[in-house]
Each structure stands twice: as C-alpha cells, then as structure tokens.
Design a protein around this ligand. Structure first.
Ligand code: PMP
Length: 436
C-alpha cells in the first residue's frame, strides 16, 4: 500500500507541530515509529487517507464515533447549529435537553455541568470532591487513564502504602504526593491504602469498566468493595465514564446489566465525555444535588468555560444519543463484535499466535499473550512487537486500529457484516505474516 503523501505530510507536520501530532497517542512511536497515516475523509465505518487508500476503522477516534463517521443525523444537527451561530456565551435550551437526557440515562446524576473534554470533567470532579470532603488525597488505579491534568498523571509508588510519583515532567512531587495508585481489581491493596490514608482521602477515582489498558471488567465484588470502603472512610466515589457511558448500552457502566448490584456500586460523581458530544469536543460531570451545589455560582468550587455547552457540541451530542435510542443498535454491535472476536481468536489459534481477547459487547481488546488480562501489569506483560507487527499488517490491508497495544477496538453502528468479513480476511493474512 502506497502512503507517500502521508510520509510527505508527516515531514511537513514535524516542522510545525510538536512531534507532528496534536495528541501523542496519534504518533506511531509505540508501533515502531515512522509516519502516521494522514486521513482525508471519513464516512460510516471507513477512512480514506491522503493517498486514496481506504481503511475499515476500529479506532472510532478513541471512542466518540459510535454512530460511524459523518452520520447524517449528527451532521445535520451540526450544520443547523452552525447556521444559528456557533457560540453564544449565554445559556441555551439545547443544554437543558442534553442534560436531561444524560440524567435520565444515568440516574446517579441529579445535576450536570458541561465542559469541553474528558480531562476537564475528571479534573473538576476531583476539585468538587475535595471541596465537599475538605480533604486532599485521591486514590486511583494503575493503568486507568483520566486525562492529562496534574493529579491523574501520577503513577504508583512502590506499593499501596506509598504516595505517587509523577508520570510526566512538570508535575510537582507535592502534587504527586496527593495521589495513591493501587492495582485495578485488587480489593486488598485498596483496603491497605485506604486503611493507611483514609482520613485524608477525598475520593476514589476509577474507570468502572476499564477502557485504557484494554477493555477490562471489574471482578465480581470489586466495585461493591470499592464503594463500601470509600463510604466507610467518608471518601467520595468518582466514576470516570468518559469511555464507558453509552458504550455498551443506552446508559453507563454503573447501570450496565453486565455489572451486578447497581444500588451498591453507585458513584457520588461521574465524569463523561466522548460519545455524549457526537464527535465534537465535550465533557460533562454530575452527581447528587448536594455535592454538585459545591460548584460556582452556587458553591465555593470554581469551574468555568468559554466554550462549555456550545450549541454545536450539544446539538451533536443530542443527535448522537437520538441515534443510539434506536431499537437493536447495541445488540447489532454486540453481534458483529462477537463474530469478529470469534474469527480473530480462531485465526490466531490457527497460526499459533497467543491472543487474549477481552470483549464487552461492541468493544474489545486484543492482547498478545497467553494469560488473562485483569489489571495493568498483565496488560503490560504482553508482546509489544507482535502487536506492532499485527497493527502494521492490518493497516497495510486496509484496517485501521489504534497504534497502541493498550487501546480497544470499537464497533460502530456503521459496521456491517461485510466489514467484519473483510477484517477477518485481513487478520488471517496478518496472523500468518507475524507467525513466520
Ligand atoms: N478519561 C478516560 C477514561 C479517557 O479514556 C480519556 C481519553 N481517552 C479521558 C478521560 C480524557 O478525555 P479527553 O481526551 O477528552 O480530555
């Protein structure tokens, strides 16, 4: 496959944009380097690059594009919003509609506030939790990604009883020391941390179903124990549902039928993003009335935004959720993803390539290993070179995956049976190639 134009554009981009990309996850650094593919057009389940090559897309822009690219209903909503003026700096009726839709689907939220990204949503839930509890520390889980604000770019210290170390330059140790990181699905490590630091902990923050080191389900009882421990120590529970909300069903992970005891795993605050903006920039957070009343103008916790709740993002979000309300949408993504993962597993087995697949309805992750992946350490302990080779072999056959072994494959409402067959054919050849 010829990608000469992408290579030329990459050389040009490097002159003007740091690393040639506007988000590090877009670079091909984790898959052996070189020019990322420059896309020119996207429609439905497909991308076309600047050289005219077509790809079946499973990146879905890291999650938001669940209705496929340029879905006509979403596109029309954006066009109408643009024609009516893109930014007012005043309240609009549209914001009430989307807030009401979110509340109806995620009942733990009495009150909502819109922001512009998942990063902002998470960052603000932490501020609100700190304002409400008048405590400073946060407990989070290794490998969960919560955006790039200072507090959540902190890695584990040498154990649950130690404080965090910065994961990025530019984060003061004093800030990292407000964060404790423990392994996901490890209730005893969480207990050890909360026993040690509990009275200072403002919140326990988690992706209730992980989407950032593959798709990983919480083990039975883990979220119940997390919520129980947090409550026992007076800390709030924050769910980062930036990926998971509206991903598996019309609702969020906290109400997903695959998880049990919804009354016992209810968070105090929820952060949202991605799908709820239908492909335009958005974030939102919400929780009980009492906690959310900490936020300005009602309360002392300040948060604001010039672009927040802008009519284009809100209209795209409403339109996207309207599409998702259609009957059978999630069932069809589930069915196609099952066919795809069954086929991938068969193909890998045939060629002797160890592969663990974690699937949750229409999303799944492929881990090049022969052990289960239930936490970050297990996701790290997989064959990065095999993934990189598979990624490139798929790309060269017209299948676009995220260039990282930790990212998920996302089905959209636009994928068809024929796309799955095409992908499986590519995968058969890719596994054969990498098994050599
Ligand atoms: N939380 C989670 C769970 C995410 O996956 C992401 C982005 N991948 C974020 C927060 C940050 O969202 P954004 O990139 O919109 O700032």
């Amino acid at each position: 496959m010829n990608r000469k134009q992408s290579e030329l554009l990459y050389e040009e981009a490097l002159k003007h944009i740091v690393g040639g990309v506007n988000s590090p996850s877009r670079s091909f650094k984790a898959v052996g380097g070189g020019a990322p593919v420059f896309m020119k057009k996207a429609e439905g389940a497909y991308f076309w690059d600047v050289d005219g090559n077509r790809y079946v897309d499973y990146l879905a822009a890291y999650g938001p594009i669940i209705t496929g690219h340029a879905h006509p209903h979403v596109t029309k909503a954006i066009q109408e919003a643009a024609a009516n003026g893109t930014l007012y700096g005043t309240p609009t009726e549209l914001e009430i509609r989307l807030a009401a839709m979110l509340k109806e689907a995620i009942p733990s939220m009495d009150k909502v506030r819109f922001v512009n990204s998942g990063t902002e949503a998470v960052m603000t839930t932490i501020r609100v939790a700190r304002a409400y509890t008048k405590r400073n520390k946060i407990i989070k889980f290794a490998g969960c990604y919560h955006g790039h604000s200072d507090l959540v770019l902190v890695a584990a210290g040498s154990g649950p009883s130690t404080l965090g170390i910065p994961d990025s330059a530019g984060i003061p140790t004093s800030i990292a020391h407000e964060v404790i990181t423990v392994p996901f699905n490890d209730a005893s490590a969480l207990k050890e941390a909360i026993d040690r630091w509990g009275d200072d902990v403002a919140a326990v923050m988690v992706e209730p179903i992980v989407g950032n080191f593959g798709m990983v389900m919480p083990q039975d009882g883990f979220l119940e124990e997390l919520c129980r421990l947090a409550r026992e120590y007076g800390a709030l529970v924050i769910y980062d549902e930036v990926i998971t909300a509206f991903r598996f069903h019309y609702g969020s992970a906290q109400t997903y039928a695959g998880l049990k005891h919804h009354d016992r795993i209810k968070p105090d605050l929820t952060a949202l993003g991605k799908i709820i903006g239908g492909g335009l920039p958005i974030g939102a957070y919400g929780g009980s009335k009492e906690i959310m009343e900490q936020v300005a103008p009602l309360g002392p916790a300040y948060q604001a935004g010039t672009m927040a709740g802008n009519p284009a993002s809100i209209s795209a979000g409403i339109a996207c959720l309207e599409v998702l309300q259609g009957g059978g949408i999630y069932e069809e993504m589930d069915r196609l993803a099952l066919k795809l993962t069954d086929g991938l597993a068969d193909s890998a087995r045939r060629h002797g390539v160890p592969l663990t697949i974690n699937r949750i309805r229409g999303s799944f992750s492929t881990h090049f290993c022969d052990h289960p992946v239930t936490n970050y350490a297990e996701a790290q302990d997989t064959d990065s070179e095999a993934f990189a080779a598979f990624f490139r072999a798929m790309l060269n056959r017209g299948v676009n995956l995220a260039p990282s072994k930790y990212e998920a494959w996302f089905l959209t409402t636009a994928h068809t049976e024929a796309d799955i067959d095409f992908t499986l054919e590519a995968a058969e050849a890719a596994f054969k190639e990498i098994a050599r």
